[in-house]
Design a protein around this ligand. Structure first.
Ligand code: SF4
Ligand code: SF4
Length: 179
């Protein structure tokens, strides 16, 4: 196997192709993980996943739960002194894991991911009540988190009616391209 051939097959090269940024840009300062709201639920911190990719521990990175727990909130991306878009990196990690048929460590999060994309397809953006309903139907975890739901309604975190985006045609075009 030639050197160039093995390089394009590395996870690092795949991530770079999908995100137009190289994982080597990250200098491991840890600011991203310090601000990540999901960090406490993760075994590997977000910057640890970047570290695995930098070092060529591709299997470790691909089998970690961290990318599947990432909420895509962008906190990390806005905090990074290197302007490394870690949320985009996590997106690429999920995409590659799906493409390579990796056994996803948290299968429920895959269902959440699918339900999320379906809501975007239908309404142009995430409609939380629909998302929770669809997720529950997909996983049949009907009673999980039921106790926190009323509080989320009160706090206005879950909208009962979907807010539609005006330009739903463009959303359809996007999904037609990727479906
Ligand atoms: S904040 Fe940026 S440079 Fe620092 S560890 Fe996170 S991704 Fe790497
Ligand atoms: S985008 Fe993901 S990794 Fe980054 S701060 Fe939010 S939850 Fe954490």
């Amino acid at each position: 196997m030639s050197h160039t051939h093995s390089e394009v097959n590395t996870l690092s090269a795949k991530v770079e192709k999908l995100t137009s940024q190289t994982p080597q840009e990250c200098y491991q300062c840890g600011k991203c993980s310090a601000g990540c709201p999901i960090r406490n639920y993760m075994e590997d911190s977000p910057n640890q996943i970047v570290r695995y990719v930098q070092l060529g521990f591709d299997e470790k990175a691909l089998h970690s739960k961290t990318p599947w727990l990432c909420a895509g909130c962008l906190t990390c991306s806005t905090r990074c002194p290197q302007n490394f878009d870690l949320a985009k990196f996590m997106d690429a990690m999920r995409q590659i894991a799906i493409n390579e048929k990796i056994k996803i460590p948290e299968s429920d999060t895959v269902e959440f991911h699918k339900a999320f994309l379906n809501q975007i397809k239908k309404h142009g953006k995430a409609f939380e009540f629909g998302l929770v309903r669809e997720y529950k139907l997909r996983t049949m975890n009907l009673m999980q988190d039921v106790d926190v739901a009323p509080e989320m309604f009160i706090k206005g975190k879950i909208a009962l009616m979907p807010h539609e985006v005006k330009d739903k045609k463009s959303i359809k075009v996007i999904f037609d391209k990727i479906d």
